[in-house]
Ligand binder design. Sequence first.
Ligand SMILES: NC(=O)c1ccc[n+]([C@@H]2O[C@H](COP(=O)([O-])OP(=O)(O)OC[C@H]3O[C@@H](n4cnc5c(N)ncnc54)[C@H](O)[C@@H]3O)[C@@H](O)[C@H]2O)c1
Length: 421
Amino acid sequence: MRLSIIGTGYVGLVTGACFAKQGHRVICVDIDPEKIQKINNGISPIYEQGLEELLKTYKDKITATINYQDALENSDVTFLCVGTPSLKDGSIDISYLKEATKQIATILRNKKTWHLIIVKSTVVPGTTQQIVLPLLEQYSGKKVGKDLGLAMNPEFLKEGVAIQDFLQPDRIVFGFYDEPSRNTLRELYKDFTCPLVETSLSAAEMIKYASNAFLATKISFINEIGNLCKHLGIDTYEVATGMGLDSRIGRPFLDSGIGWGGSCFPKDIDALIAWSKEIKEPARIIHSVKEVNAEQPLRLVKILQKHLPTIKGKTIGILGLAFKPDTDDIRDSRAIPIVKELLRKGARIKAYDPQAIGNFKALFPTIEYCASAVDVLSSDAVLITTKWKEFTTLDFKEKIVIDERRLAQAKNAKEYEGVCW
Ligand SMILES: NC(=O)c1ccc[n+]([C@@H]2O[C@H](COP(=O)([O-])OP(=O)(O)OC[C@H]3O[C@@H](n4cnc5c(N)ncnc54)[C@H](O)[C@@H]3O)[C@@H](O)[C@H]2O)c1
């Protein structure tokens, strides 16, 4: 098929590269000319395992442009993958989505053939039908369901393993407005062996939010259990194993630590809370999930103070700045509130992350960044804040080490303690 992808961030670029791998012709569109240039040179503008290799290998199948006209004229299916960031009140900012939709629709006004528009950005239930559809009709002068197709196909990829998640998903969900759209999506995904869940537009939107809210709930739940366990020195990881073997529960997302972050969970939880307010339905569980998460990183600092009562003037090493391993993404990283709290208490910070230093520097330009994990060890105590694999083999050289997650062997640490065990 001939596909265009609007917005080449994590989701758009991974989607484009993976569809190119599957033999489709892909044109990526972004408003950022630097990204476009990089993609056309086979360089990934973001760090994501395997992405650059795909861009290089399939360069004859994937191109990038800032020109909507070119992209729309040379494709039959368009994915909308622009960002939907949080506004101050927690609701999502759909201005990028609206703008992209208007631009697409304006160009489609003069296109003679049927065109399918698929919303892939995460949007609250009702958005595709109540916002995107009317804009498409208004700016194109065409009828959705007749001249244009419309679908909603949420993305469930995890940064760090995004390519694998895209190519081997647990399920593919799409909501469709009309039969031709449904059939086109079935055709597009025909080589995937996972279940295809075909729904209404708003059910597809809700599945995305419900999934992320449930995963965040699992993490906050095990963290709360972990906080209880801590009082008796119970190893929460043993508890999680015992619980997780129950097929109704499952082991994933039961790793207690300093909570969830990243570009999706915090934003999606906030959006769900804001939407529940708007429709006047209480979302009590989701509020609590957020509350537990806000407090959890500060527990790491409290534990540090057990070992190092005076933090003022001390140098604290931070291992891990990304919100999780294998990404350079620091959005809502749990290291952020920890560094803020340590600075507030008068500590000096030495930090290292294999990928995320550049991004973290933009937020904290004055703390010291180290070239390697070993360099961080010349501090008074070390906090492990992201579970990067390279930290598991580190010799901790008689340091006080406080670990957010179970980094099995904090080898040769003088004192070693975890948040939830
Ligand atoms: N990152 C994830 O792990 C993930 C996973 C699932 C779903 N999502 C959702 O997918 C959507 C995109 O997320 P992301 O992380 O890829 O965002 P991102 O911020 O990394 O990328 C968005 C891209 O859209 C571009 N853009 C903005 N306005 C544009 C316009 N009018 N025309 C063309 N390009 C435009 C930006 O320049 C940027 O490159 C969001 O709704 C997000 O919630 C993200």
